[in-house]
Every structure is written in C-alpha cells, then in structure tokens.
Design a binder for this molecule. Structure first.
Ligand code: SF4
Length: 504
C-alpha cells in the first residue's frame, strides 16, 4: 500500500505550475523551431520568431510566457492501492492549495484570472482557485498527475458538434477552423475528442492536449490506427487553410493534432475540438510515496538561437505627437515601433466606461482617450525592478461591441490587441479613419520589456483589468487594419490558402 502525503501533492502542484509558467514543453519549442525554419510568410515568420524569443526569455528570467497564466486543469489518476495520509482534505482541496501557493508566489506571481459567480457578479478569487480537476481511479499504487494552465483565448475557441454517424470529422474540422479566427494564438495544437457523450468528447479533447508533439514521428513511421490516419489527414487539411501564425497567413497553423476516442451510441458522433495556443503549458508527474515530484529544469541550450530585429524595416512612431495624417499613411502589414504613452483597458474597463458614459457621469478624472491608443491587456503584477509583469495583448474581438462607443465618444485614435476584428468593426475603423494594431499573442514577456513605466489611472479595484497608463519604448506592433479598412487577418489567410494550393 502506497501512502501519499497531502504536502507532497500540494507542493508538487505548486512547483509544477511555477515550472510551466516559464518553461514551454521542449517538444513544443522544437516544433515551433521547425515551423520557423519552414515558414515562407514574412509576417508569420516574424510572429513565430517573437514567440520563440519570448519563450527563451521566460525560461531564463523565470517569468510567465504569457500574461494570461491560465485556468488550471488537472487529470489525476489515482491507483486503487493508494492510501492518503491525510483524509481531512479532498484531492480537489489539495490541488487548490497548490494552485494558491503557485499563483501567489512572491518571486513569480502569476495572474489570477478565475472568477466566482460567472453568470453574475464575476468576482475574482485572487488566487486562481479553483482548478478544474478530473479524477480517475486506476489500477496500481501511484498517483499520476497531468497538469496544464490553459489560456482563456484558446479555450474560448472550443467547438462542439453532434455529427451524424456518417459525417466526416476531418471535413468538419477543415470547415470549422477558419471560423475560430486567431484569438487562440496559432500556431498551436488541436485536441479532438470523438465519441462517448457530449461532455465525454470535451474531456477527451482536453486530455489529448496533454500528449507531446510527435506528428513528424507519426509521419515517418506511418499511421496504423483510424485515429492516427485521421491525425495526419486533419494536420494536412488544417495547415492548408493558410491561417498561419497569429492568423496573419502562412504555412503553419497547427504543429500537431491529437485525437482521443471513446465508444459511443449508434445514433451519435459527438466531436469536440479544443485548440492549444502559443502558450502551450503542461507537465506530468508521478507520486509514489517517496516525496514530492522532482521537476528537472530544461537547459537553455535547448532553445534555438533566433534573432528578430524589426529595426531596419520598421517605422518608428511617437505616440505623444502622432497626428491623424500620420496614421493615415500606415499600411496593413507594416511593422511599427511605438514609443510614448498609451492607455490600457479590456473587458471590465470597457463595460465600466459604457456605464459611466450612458449614465452621463463621464470618464473618471484623469482619463482622457482623445487621440490616444488603447491597448487591450491585463498584465501580470511586476516583481523586482520591472515596470510591469508580462503584458501581451488579449483578444480584441471581445472589444468589438464597444468600438463604436470608444471611437465616437472617447475619441481614441486606434487600438492595439491580438486576433481579428469583426466585419462591422473593420468598417467602423475605416469610417473613422482609425487603425487597429496587433502585438503577438504569446510573446508577453518580450512585449513587457518595451514598457518603461506603468501606473494605474482608473478602476484600480478591477486589478489586472484596471486602466493603466504605459510609457513604452520601441514596442513592436503590426498594422492589422489600416485606415482604409485593409484587413491583414482576411488578406493573409486568403493569400496563403491560394499559395499553398499552388505549391501542391
Ligand atoms: S498565447 Fe494567446 S491564447 Fe494563449 S494564453 Fe496567451 S493570450 Fe491566451
């Protein structure tokens, strides 16, 4: 009989979450490096370069890869012969204590993103608890834990369908993937669950994402099972969509496709697809009663030496003196290096602004968006001499519903975020001669190095969703929608889909 101590599980979970906050799995780094070397689209190649440089910086600096440090998801396999030394707490409670310790670690605080009362007041629990825990009782005398920190942007793009038994899963994936936009920060992985019931398919899809990237090994040895054949087919079809890194158009949209299946009803074919983003974060450990897990740090030499310099081809922009006439000369696809002051704001801040404007109260004192750029971000808290912790962009599409108000009532000059804007928002940008700029999702630590100072100027009680003023120096962004309405997220994938078809 193996006896597992409460403290061993708690500290293993805490260590694992710190570990994955700054170490990408090496198989994912290697897959991205392969994609980088193969990429022919300049915009996509630049984006992958920034993700890889950010990954190395995070590993070196022990700071989060992405500002969204995720919702903790665990698969815990408990051997039937295991006995727990402490029976006053549940496995869920032990894991939550590990999460609490990891996310409030003063050396590397992680962003608390979990809200209570999701359908109502949405109150932040402040320590990222509770985790989503799946427990399986299995044969044996060990406890095996697979733990991930899943970003909201990629989780939000999950798709589920109850197909007819004769429907083709690969065809559904190919049709559905372009509807997911770029908010899941490709390149990443697709986890697909097929069979069981609706909820079982979702759990299978999530669990499949815990496996290492090995599609190229599968290609070499050849597919033997139905699932393996389907993985290869979907991998090829997904990459032929031309979506590319960050949805800018390119050769690599996914670095692997994972599939798990379960027996299902004769009348059903439940399918769930969950993407994993550029901040793919997971690790596995086993407890056998001998103490906490020992997670071996990877070596920095395992990261590729990739350099990226926007300098020569980029246009330098001073945000403190930029004019409307300047903005109208920027063109879609162009790289800008921003310096000067910008304001931040995301979901909760926009909602507050809307309420204040509708009530006639007006914006809080000191908040003036006129002629300014708004950056959609919720940063990680700073440590040491940092101005701010990792501060990459959040998905702009969620702010589409506020864009008309922000353009017409606050006078913003432009927006900075990640992923595509909806067609109505693109039209609004064009009508207002505004602009939408894109930073690379999943390169949050790299972006934060351009932020020289940060101060909260309104809604402090919203925590990471407060309005900050950032003073930035040479912050790299790409023009994603210019003042004429030319849209990189439409043009890029369309162009690359055709180019890839021509390459065949
Ligand atoms: S890489 Fe993108 S989707 Fe993933 S956690 Fe970061 S912002 Fe979210």
């Amino acid at each position: 009989m193996t006896v597992i101590r409460k403290q061993d599980l708690i500290s293993s979970v805490a260590d694992a979450l710190q570990y994955i906050s700054y170490y990408h799995p090496l198989d994912f780094v290697q897959a991205l490096e392969k994609a980088y070397h193969a990429e022919e689209s300049t915009a996509a190649k630049d984006a992958i370069a920034q993700i890889l440089i950010n990954s190395r910086m995070s590993a070196e600096g022990h700071r989060p890869i992405c500002q969204d440090t995720g919702i903790v998801t665990c698969f815990v396999n408990i051997g039937m012969k295991v006995q727990w030394e402490d029976t006053d707490v549940t496995v869920q409670e032990m894991i939550d204590e590990g999460v609490r310790q990891a996310y409030t670690n003063p050396d590397n605080p992680l962003r608390a993103s979990i809200l209570l009362d999701p359908a109502g007041k949405r109150i932040n629990t402040k320590d990222n608890t509770p985790a989503v825990v799946h427990i399986n009782m299995v044969p044996g005398d060990k406890v095996e834990v697979q733990i991930a920190a899943k970003g909201g942007g990629s989780e939000n793009k999950t798709k589920m369908v109850m197909l007819n038994p004769s429907d083709d899963v690969a065809e559904w994936v190919e049709k559905t993937l372009p509807t997911m936009g770029a908010g899941w920060c490709p390149p990443g992985m697709l986890g697909i669950g097929i069979g069981g019931t609706a909820e079982k398919a979702a759990v299978l899809a999530k669990e499949s994402l815990m496996d290492p990237v090995d599609i190229h090994e599968l290609m070499e040895r050849g597919a033997q099972t139905t699932e393996e054949k389907m993985r290869l087919e979907i991998f090829e079809r997904a990459n032929k969509t031309g979506i590319g890194a960050q949805g800018l158009g390119g050769l690599t949209t996914v670095v692997d496709v994972k599939i798990k299946t379960a027996p299902t009803h004769a009348a059903s074919k439940p399918v769930c697809m969950i993407p994993n983003c550029a901040a793919t974060r997971h690790v596995h450990f086993t407890l056998d009663g001998s103490g906490p897990a020992n997670l071996v740090p990877p070596k920095l030499e395992d990261w590729p030496e990739i350099s990226w310099d926007a300098g020569a081809k980029a246009r330098r922009v001073n945000l403190d003196s930029v004019t409307q006439a300047d903005i109208e000369t920027w063109t879609t696809g162009e790289t800008l290096l921003l310096s000067g002051k910008m304001l931040t704001g995301r979901d909760a801040a926009h909602k507050r602004i809307q309420q204040l404007l509708e009530s006639g109260e007006g914006l809080p004192e000191g908040v003036d968006f006129k002629g300014k750029f708004i950056y959609y971000v919720g940063p990680v808290d700073a440590v040491g001499d940092e101005a701010v912790g990792p501060a990459g962009p959040t998905t702009s599409t969620r702010m589409d519903k506020f864009t008309e108000m922000m353009l017409s009532k606050t006078g913003i000059a432009g927006m900075i975020g990640k992923a595509e804007r909806g067609p109505q928002t693109v039209e609004l940008i064009k009508e207002n001669k505004a602009v939408y700029l894109m930073a690379v999702g999943g390169a949050a630590y790299l972006v934060s190095k351009a932020i020289k100072s940060a101060k909260v100027i309104a809604f402090e009680e919203l925590g990471m969703e407060a309005i900050y003023e950032f003073d930035v120096e040479d912050m790299p962004v790409t023009v994603a929608v210019d003042s004429s309405g030319a849209n990189a997220h439409q043009i890029g994938p369309e162009t690359w889909k055709v180019k890839i078809a021509e390459m065949d």
